[in-house]
Ligand binder design. Structure first.
Ligand code: SAH
Length: 365
């Protein structure tokens, strides 16, 4: 074990846990609250910077705990302003995060695992396999690093921040850490990004969809569909063999019944040229959703190509036709604009690619 392994990562503790940790060291509870605010509100990544703490306490913390565990290896800037961060865990595994500025909000796309165990044929991350699940602290840190990079340490973002769990990994195979991170991130004395501003995407881990349905302070949910029939979905997303469409959409129906005002529920459908984008498949998709009495919106995502993947994005006219067929059958449909394709920051392109030609690394930290 390295030195780092033995020290406790304080960014992964809730405020209550941090207070308890501090009290156990004989310090008063308010020191715990102070440290929580320093980590998550002031977004400080080392104890030395917490100059409002007594020097002796800072030194003691340095020995027993850490305020940051991820290191930024490289950073890429897209022509559209999207930033991609390639980071490493303390045990040297890749973690990727994407910061997407928009006119009225910023979106941070975080990873829930290093690599991914699912074998979706259209996604580059699948080729890494699962390296390991990330800890709550490693999930929270991605948000801190992205905000500090965009605006400066602790600076208040000028726009609202949305979070999406659509980076590397399957969030619902790391459910407990994910939910814990969501709660830490939502703390009003910390980052204060509320669950309504977060969306978690799953390839369809049915038991966790049911579990999320019972959680009150939950993030929004997105389901990656990619195919309108079991036959096609088995091929594109092998997880479908475990939880086929009827079971998945049954759980979605139950989830949809529990939606409260302000919560969002969507389906994601990656558009692969000549594979899943025909008129017939659009009708099948609409019928499937209508048959299960689902009202959630469908987001069409043109495939983001990457060299080893055997697909091309559907042409814009095909996407529009697909959309109009869905809409003619009462399915609300939205076409997602790809961001950061030129730096391999778009959906399905995260696989620790650094050697690709033309990537402009900004700075190694
Ligand atoms: N494992 C989760 C979250 C990561 S994928 C899930 O499957 O939902 C996030 C989204 O990116 C999914 O909707 C997925 O369908 C989409 N995606 C994956 N590869 C893609 C690619 N090459 N082009 C466009 N979208 C892709």
């Amino acid at each position: 074990m390295t030195e780092m392994d033995k020290r406790i990562n304080l960014t992964g503790l809730s405020q209550a846990e941090l207070v308890e940790f501090i009290e156990q060291t004989g310090e008063p509870a308010y020191r715990g609250r102070q440290i929580f605010a320093a980590l998550h509100h002031r977004r400080l990544q080392n104890f030395a910077a917490m100059t409002d703490l007594p020097k002796a306490l800072r030194e003691r913390l340095q020995e027993t705990a850490t305020a940051a565990t991820l290191t930024t290896e490289s950073r890429y800037l897209s022509a559209d302003g999207t930033r991609r961060f390639l980071m490493k865990t303390h045990d040297n595994l890749p973690v990727e995060t994407v910061f997407i500025p928009e006119e009225h909000r910023d979106t941070i796309c975080f990873s829930s695992q290093s690599g991914c165990p699912l074998q979706c044929t259209f996604c580059l991350t699948a080729q890494l396999g699962l390296l390991r699940s990330l800890t709550p602290g490693e999930i929270v840190e991605q948000v801190i690093i992205a905000l500090n990079d965009a605006y400066g340490v602790g600076e208040k973002p000028p726009r609202g921040t949305n979070l999406v769990g659509m980076g590397a990994g399957e969030p619902f195979l790391n459910f407990d850490s994910l939910i814990k991170a969501v709660r830490i991130i939502a703390d009003p004395q910390g980052l204060f990004i509320v669950p309504h501003r977060m969306t978690v995407s799953t390839a369809g881990v049915v038991p966790r969809i049911r579990e999320l349905a019972a959680i009150p302070d939950r993030p929004n949910l997105a389901i990656s569909l990619a195919a309108p029939t079991n036959e096609m979905r088995d091929e594109l997303m092998p997880i479908n063999k475990k939880w086929p469409l009827e079971e998945l959409l049954g759980a979605c129906r139950e989830f949809e019944r529990t939606l409260k005002a302000g919560e969002r529920f969507t389906f994601e459908y990656v558009m692969l040229d000549g594979v899943n984008d025909s008129d017939e498949q659009a009708r099948q998709l609409a019928n499937l959703l209508n048959r299960h009495d689902l009202h959630a919106r469908v987001n069409l995502i043109p495939h983001n190509p990457a060299d080893p993947l055997p697909y091309q994005p559907s042409p814009a006219t095909r996407v529009e036709m697909f959309k109009s067929i869905l809409e003619s059958k009462g399915v609300r449909t939205f076409v997602r604009r790809p961001r950061g394709r030129d730096i391999f920051a778009a959906c399905g392109q995260l696989a620790a690619v650094t050697q690709s030609a033309g990537l402009r690394a900004l700075r190694s930290a």
